[in-house]
Design a protein around this ligand. Sequence first.
Ligand SMILES: Nc1ncnc2c1ncn2[C@@H]1O[C@H](COP(=O)(O)OP(=O)(O)OP(=O)(O)O)[C@@H](O)[C@H]1O
Ligand SMILES: [Mg+2]
Length: 260
Amino acid sequence: MIECKHLSYSYQDFQLNEIEVLKDISFKIDKDEKVLLLGINGSGKSTLLKLLNGLLFAKNGEYYFKNELVNKSYLKANSKEFRKSVSLGMQDPSSMLFNPSVYDEIAFGLKHFGFDDIDERVHHYAKKFEIQSILKSSPLSLSGGQKQKVLLASLLCVEPEVLLLDEPTAHLDPPTTGWLVEFLDSLNVTAIISTHNISLGKELAKRAIVIGANHEIIYDGGVQALLEDMPTLIKAQLVHKHKHNHEELEHKHYHLHSWV
Ligand SMILES: Nc1ncnc2c1ncn2[C@@H]1O[C@H](COP(=O)(O)OP(=O)(O)OP(=O)(O)O)[C@@H](O)[C@H]1O
Ligand SMILES: [Mg+2]
């Protein structure tokens, strides 16, 4: 479904120096496979998801979607089909919400892609995310978690083949997080999900790709095997040390548990 071959990407800094933020990224993802994308702040996760969504183009290397090379000319010719198939939920939901009401926000993609059961789908997904009572509200007036739910409803209602979710649980409360994890598990969809909440890892996917601080892939394999691989977790800085007490004894050691 998705194949990246030796992708690299760099941004320009204010002095127009090229700063490489993804290096030699290669992987293949099968149809309906779900993959966790892990790495510390600034490692390049969001940049990679934007490349896979055709919002950025690699400086070197190739990205294939369904065996087609995705470049500017491919997107020019196949923009609608590609955008319907590959949906990105960005890290900051506010940056993606621009319609006057939640109803319009969810209906937007459905109208754009020519669905004929728009009203039914809006209500169906609003019910799933328990946002029926705010359908008339302005998306900008909502809480962080409500915005996240509206964004997810607007992405899922067009039933994309590939879901790229950038920290989808960051603003969600525990019940909604639990619900989303189960919901994603029930969907037959190819998904790449970035998260800092590694404790959700096994629930979200069987496979993890870890980008290191060096912006290269430093692990691609099973989530369970990763959780048992302390040297890789330390290298990826996916574990943290903090002080805590065992009765009289105060000490520090590595922890995998989430802070939330
Ligand atoms: N538009 C931009 N212009 C210049 N540099 C950028 C831009 N976007 C991201 N960067 C830089 O690219 C690097 C990778 O950023 P990216 O957002 O992909 O990281 P991330 O892994 O998603 O981090 P986080 O966990 O904080 O979301 C960072 O050093 C960041 O400063
Ligand atoms: Mg990010």
